[in-house]
Design a protein around this ligand. Structure first.
Ligand code: ZN
Length: 334
């Protein structure tokens, strides 16, 4: 489930589905968005056989295949360079997501690739403006409260995620990094709340300048004002599609378009074009959240066949420029 590409319907109406959870005195209206799904059929389909074969890499060079989520992150740096970056006042972008099924047409890593991609594009933009920026290792041990029943979708306990985030942020602080900006690409409610709580905790217990970078739509969804010290608010480009009657919030047209544009090996576009839209309305979302496998047996919620790779590319690149605008503004205002 993509939380950073919410052009169509998902926002405020959905946020009314959950209300009342409070965080540090704030009332949070909440939508639990997770992604769903079903990847495996009872008997192996042609697609699954092909996928299995694609994982048989015995004859391939070790260095071949797949995409690195470490490329251009601090993971690919040596320690003296990391130390030097901290001394130079580099800021950190922290990508957060999950490993979660994304329908029969995409792999389970989509949200993690997405979080990484947003950070990569944002970092390039910030560096071009003279802001030294490092990307932390992409975080993917998050919470999938809706789709965890499907093979390939991992979920962790809230306390596990919170402890891990604390330790990651603590490590960054101990090396001299002071400014950390979280960019999250997964909309499960508990997952998002855990990140917000962890960011606030890091500010209080570590003295870190930690922030969640959120779109105005996300800020509304969480019942925040955008003026909280732990929030950096960014504008979003105009939608390239008009609001529709049916939701497209998980492995639908939006995410399929992003993956087709940036990670084409992770999507079977021929299969995507054959998938029927789910035609799920706002009113049916509560049922999906509690019984995703019945409501969306194929594992996607939306219209994968309606994807537009070039539109998705343009949207995401413009979105990341706006994210960079907001981070630059935050750093300039210090
Ligand atoms: Zn997703």
């Amino acid at each position: 489930m993509n939380s950073r590409f919410p052009k169509k319907q998902l926002p405020v109406v959905l946020s009314r589905l959950r209300s009342g959870s409070s965080l540090f005195g704030l009332k949070f209206l909440f939508l639990v968005v997770a992604c769903t799904a079903l990847i495996l059929m009872m008997s192996p389909s042609l697609e699954s056989v092909e996928r299995q074969e694609s994982l048989d890499t015995a004859d391939m060079p070790v260095a071949s295949g797949g995409y690195s989520i470490f490329h251009e992150t601090m993971v690919d740096m040596n320690w003296p360079d990391v130390e030097k970056a901290a001394e130079q006042g580099a800021i950190i972008l922290l990508p957060t997501a999950v490993i979660e099924e994304h329908g029969p047409h995409m792999s389970c890593g989509i949200d993690t690739y997405g979080a990484y991609l947003v950070c990569k594009l944002t970092r390039r933009e910030l560096e071009s403006r003279g802001i030294k920026t490092l990307i932390a290792p992409p975080f993917y041990w998050g919470i999938n409260g809706t789709t965890h029943v499907f093979p390939g979708t991992f979920t962790v306990r809230k306390e596990t995620m919170k402890a891990l985030l604390h330790d990651i942020l603590s490590s960054l602080k101990s090396w001299g990094f002071n400014d950390v900006f979280n960019l999250n690409f997964h909309g499960d409610g508990q997952h998002c709340i855990t990140i917000l709580e962890s960011i606030v905790d890091a500010r209080e217990t570590l003295g870190l300048n930690a922030y969640c970078v959120l779109s105005e739509m996300e800020i509304m969804r969480y019942g925040l004002s955008g003026n909280e010290p732990f929030i950096v608010s960014h504008m979003s480009p105009p939608s390239y599609e008009q609001p529709q009657e049916f939701l497209d919030i998980h492995a639908g047209a939006d995410e399929t378009g992003i993956v087709a544009a940036f990670f084409p090996d992770q999507v079977d576009t021929d299969l995507a074009r054959t998938l029927e839209p789910t035609r799920i309305t706002y009113q049916q979302i509560a049922q999906w959240l509690t019984d995703a496998r019945s409501v969306t047996p194929q594992g996607y919620l939306g219209d994968p066949a309606g994807f537009d790779a070039e539109a998705a590319r343009e949207y995401l690149e413009a979105d990341c420029k706006m994210i960079a605008d907001s981070i630059e503004k935050q750093m300039m205002g210090k």
